[in-house]
Design a protein around this ligand. Structure first.
Ligand code: ZN
Length: 313
């Protein structure tokens, strides 16, 4: 028996700690095309849960940039900064299950305890505070406000990425107990994203390959909270024409600069060409791209921007 046919729901969820760069816009484009080409809905969520780093003017700018390129969404944008009470409710549920404990480690202690040679991966927490007694907790709490971590079981989570295929990770060994609520009281990215995806009915998540390894913990968190798991599609990273990762310092690749030289339709065409959705760089609308979009054409190797984008006249 096959599951009942449901309408896909996709989303783009930028963190407005700076201006959107072309890599973010490519992620917006592929999330949008994936959902809309399948007749689905598309949502926008502003991940400004880290309020001090994400001022309102950057959220506004982010929305304006997306609108400039022609994006639209089916519901008003969700702002994580307004949803703390919701995250707290699900945090309490994890706490009731005995899965949360306070971590008093300083940044220096965490750094000292981590294994060397992690490459791209974030360090696995050594479990220093996993078994503190109530007395020890009370003593530490006199001088330091703890972060709250979620205990990871010795289980392997496997899923099939739509674009990269099967992926597995052992939660205890490779993920480690991760931070659900920070010591400053703000909720961690994983918690907020998972709760929002679930409550918004998101069925597909498109995002950068650089965070592929955080997917198993999100799946585990979703299952623990009784939510269903969306389909994940990770996408290659966008490099400049010389193969370097894009950075905020690339001012000439900012939308401010590019919009002086190209129309929104030319910029969409450039992104679609760079990721393989179009086989030439030409002016194109989102409607046309929605008609021709096929995941099969999206590259799996990291993508380079056309050289002429950075060429000076
Ligand atoms: Zn700790």
């Amino acid at each position: 028996m096959s599951a009942p046919c449901t309408q896909p729901v996709g989303r783009f969820a930028p963190t407005p700690s700076g201006r959107l760069h072309l890599g973010n816009l490519l992620c917006a484009l592929l999330s949008y095309l994936s959902a809309r080409s399948a007749g689905g809905r598309f949502l926008l969520r502003i991940e400004d849960v880290d309020v001090p780093r994400c001022p309102k003017r950057l959220s506004d700018q982010c929305i304006a940039d997306l609108e400039y390129l022609g994006f639209s969404w089916d519901e008003p944008p969700l702002f994580q900064s307004e949803r703390t009470a919701i995250y707290q409710r699900y945090f309490d549920r994890l706490d009731d299950l005995g899965l949360i404990y306070p971590c008093f480690c300083t940044r220096a202690q965490l750094h000292a305890a981590q294994a060397p040679n992690l490459g791209d991966r974030e360090p696995v927490y050594a479990g220093t505070c996993a078994a503190l007694t109530p007395e020890e907790i009370a003593e530490h709490a006199k001088t330091r406000r703890p972060a709250m971590r979620m205990r990871m079981p010795d289980e392997t989570v496997s899923f099939t990425d739509r674009h990269y295929g099967p992926f597995s990770e052992n939660l205890a060994r490779e993920t480690g107990d991760f931070i659900i609520r920070r010591s400053d009281g703000l909720f961690g990215y994983q918690m907020a994203a998972v709760v929002d995806d679930a409550l918004s009915g998101v069925t597909e998540v498109v995002r950068g390959r650089d965070i592929l390894a955080s997917t198993p913990r999100q799946i585990h968190l979703l299952r623990t909270l009784g939510f269903s798991v969306p389909q994940y599609a990770h996408i290659p990273l966008l490099m400049d024409s010389e193969g370097r990762r894009l950075a905020k310092r690339d001012k000439d690749l900012s939308l401010d600069e590019l919009s002086k030289r190209y129309t929104p339709q030319q910029l969409l065409g450039m992104l679609a060409y760079t990721c393989g959705v179009l086989n030439e760089w030409r002016s194109v609308t989102l409607e046309e791209l929605t008609r021709v979009f096929d995941w099969k054409n999206v590259k799996t190797q990291d993508m380079r921007l056309p050289a002429e984008l950075t060429k000076r006249e």
